[in-house]
Design a protein. Structure first.
Length: 264
């Protein structure tokens, strides 16, 4: 049985505000290195191991296209799979919607679209395949793990107000995979400015989804403590970024002087 064609949307348009708290400067967590590669590279790389991959779209903050391309390392040069970097929106919903729309400009016409957090670097090929297999049965599928901690509700007064049964509760992860036409339709009609995740948008539109087995290793990096040596790595990144910007400005100035000389 052949693997259905699939395109990947990698979300990396957030501000990383919680991650940067306590660091000496604002740092995009997706650009920092772990295990010899950037977080973003590790999040995207497993999709390239899927033989039916048709395209990849990566969202990023406005003005960060060059840094995003650098963070993708050699993936940016794989000519067999079109890769597009697009500016994200003010919310995750806007960013994913823009990415799905951008897929329409790329060749391939995938049967399924996977949406994955660029800050989840510990994804592996098997989870993508298992989630895609589940999506072919239900229309959509999302990795999930059972909730094991006790769950309580806190009232407006700041006091515990209710115990909630864990039965049937799960924590959901990414990649979230859906039939391409259905998730595109859902995003085109979803009325709220933002959503918790893509599954919320998909189910709002009346589509059905099931689950695949998630992994406790498939964490989303949120705080600086989630990366060993984050403070040092962030300082090195900020220094390299500033040096790169100075170098780019010097090159631009040199080109301007050369062009000015040619006109004289």
């Amino acid at each position: 049985m052949s693997i259905p064609t699939i395109a990947a949307v990698i979300t990396a348009a957030g501000s990383s505000a919680r991650f940067s708290k306590g660091l000496e400067g604002e740092v995009k967590k997706e650009y920092l290195p772990i295990d010899g590669h950037s977080v973003l590279y590790m999040a995207a790389k497993p999709f390239y191991e899927i033989p039916s991959l048709t395209a990849v779209v990566v969202t990023c903050p406005e003005g960060s296209e060059d840094e995003t391309a650098v963070a993708l390392e050699d993936l940016i040069d794989i000519a067999t799979v079109p890769l597009l970097i697009v500016k994200g929106g003010e919310t995750r919903k806007e960013s994913v919607k823009a990415a799905i729309e951008a897929l329409g400009s790329l060749p391939g016409n995938p049967e399924y679209i996977a949406v994955h957090d660029g800050a989840r670097p510990y994804l592996d090929k098997s989870m993508i395949i298992q989630t895609l297999a589940a999506a072919t049965i239900a229309g959509g599928a999302v990795p999930a793990i059972p909730v094991t901690d006790s769950v309580k509700r806190i009232g407006a007064d700041g006091l515990f107000s209710e115990s909630i049964s864990k039965k049937g509760l799960v924590s959901v992860q990414t990649p979230q995979i859906f039939r391409a036409q259905e998730i595109a339709d859902a995003y085109s009609r979803y009325p709220l400015p933002d959503a918790d995740d893509d599954l919320q948008v998909y189910m709002w539109a009346g589509y059905k989804a099931t689950f695949s087995m998630g992994s406790r290793r498939n964490i989303k990096i949120t705080y600086a403590d989630d990366i060993t040596g984050a403070k040092e790595k962030a300082a090195e990144y900020l220094k390299a970024r500033e040096e790169g910007r100075r170098s780019a400005q010097a090159s631009k100035r040199m080109r301007e002087l050369i062009m000015q000389g040619d006109r004289e």
